[in-house]
Design a protein around this ligand. Sequence first.
Ligand code: PMV
Length: 312
Amino acid sequence: MNGSVSAPGKAILLGEHAVVYGKPAIAIPLPQVRAVADFRLNETALTIVAADLQRPPWQWDDSATVSSDPLASMAALTLQHLGICAPKGEITIRSAIPIASGLGSGAAVSAALGRAIAALCRATLSNAALNALVFEVEKLHHGSPSGIDNTTIVFEQPVYFQRGQPNHRISPTRRLDFLLADSGVPALTRESVAAVRQSVREEPARTNCLLDQIASVAVAALASLEAGDRMRLGELMTANHGHLRELGLSTLELDTLVKAAMQAGALGAKLSGGGRGGNIIALVEPAEASAVKRALQLAGAKRVLAASVGGG
Ligand code: PMV
């Protein structure tokens, strides 16, 4: 049996970092950049090939368990959840999602792998179960994730996410157009999350106040999204960039991209994800999108991706 399964990237619209502390945040899937897992039944022990991820092929052996390797962990956890032995066959993972750039590459690869293993075993794996498994792998390898990445990626829908609360999937009434611009600077989310944690310890009053302000912006943004109020949503995104900057999460490259987007007519712009590198996200009117894209490229963006949500 051969086939192909996949999972999208994601971008955080508002609320990153505060979401780690139980505040709400909003994220959108990026269906046009995906991790794809092609699977093929054969007579050899389960082999996972992931050339894009710069790693050698990995072959299952029955002593394999949750380990320091995210793919091995995902395979082991999925088989354990399904209660079956490793199937024979090969899974080849390709990912168009840049690594360490805040677009959810790790969670998408785990989700695609979980789907491929279930397909090879002809087993049913619900999105809810897959989400829990991907979250386990995120916890093992990324410190203290909030769960927003895996939730957005597995369900492939915009979410208003708050730890410990039921998922609230958003359906924006009007179409919203975004541009994501990559600063080209890789950054590990684990490290930026640790830096914010250190600020919470060392400067609790100031840091908690900023996290509360971010939470207020996310709450207000939900109302703007549902009402299709693009102007207000843009203002809230730019305000959120200011808070993240004050938390020390922006860089010269990210600030330059945000400024370029705004000067070229974006309705709002901010860093997206862990920060200290990675991408910015800008909200644009469709008529302004190509001017903003050009401005971002001139300001040094290594790649600009268009994404949209809502509007049926
Ligand atoms: O994976 P990234 O870089 O998009 O960051 C995820 C967002 C954080 O709030 C910084 C961390 C988390 O687990 O929610």
